[in-house]
Ligand binder design. Sequence first.
Ligand SMILES: O=C(O)c1ccccc1NCC(=O)[C@H](O)[C@H](O)COP(=O)(O)O
Length: 204
Amino acid sequence: MKVKICGLTNLEDALLACNAGADALGFVFYPPSARYVEPAQAAEIIKRLPPFITKVALFVDPEPEWVNLVLSQVAIDCIQFHGNESDEFCQQFCKPFIKALRVESKEFLDHQMACFPNASALLLDAFVEGIPGGTGQCFDWQLIDPELKKRHRLIVAGGLTPDNIRQAVDITSPYAVDVSGGVEQSKGKKDQQLLERFIAQAKA
Ligand SMILES: O=C(O)c1ccccc1NCC(=O)[C@H](O)[C@H](O)COP(=O)(O)O
């Protein structure tokens, strides 16, 4: 089970996540988020990471210029789009991309998933009106049809914690899981024990 820890804002937390066994780290380049990190700060963090960790840059309906500026300063492996971006828009940066979809209903999910044939993976997250991500809310994991997993790599996100991650994995059998709030002391500050428990449970 691959695990992405999202919303890293400092080196200490990034190294804690790596040492706990994280496979990927997410850096939020969406200024309204409490987990926003400046590109220069993210670049300094990433320089100090061990090898073999996937670095993910996260955006919400960005201007292409902003994405290109971040990519020019930060050694990013993959981009994650959390807004209303199209498949064509996401492809223009010539990086593997993850498209986040907020799960409102099974019908909505089926339709949306078909719209991103070029995504490396689809991240399924909770739908909360007006909040693009990092909501701390779960969606109905039973909505994930096994047939969908034959067509897409699925990443399950939204409200995951050390206490519910095992159930989420058992129900959904995803390619990967992603968490932000469920392993934090406060927004943007991760908790070592929660990180270690979450990753151990996810990979058990
Ligand atoms: O984490 C944020 O603050 C955030 C803000 C705006 C768009 C996306 C954001 N996070 C993206 C993620 O991949 C989160 O890990 C995902 O939404 C799950 O968050 P949580 O429910 O807090 O685990």
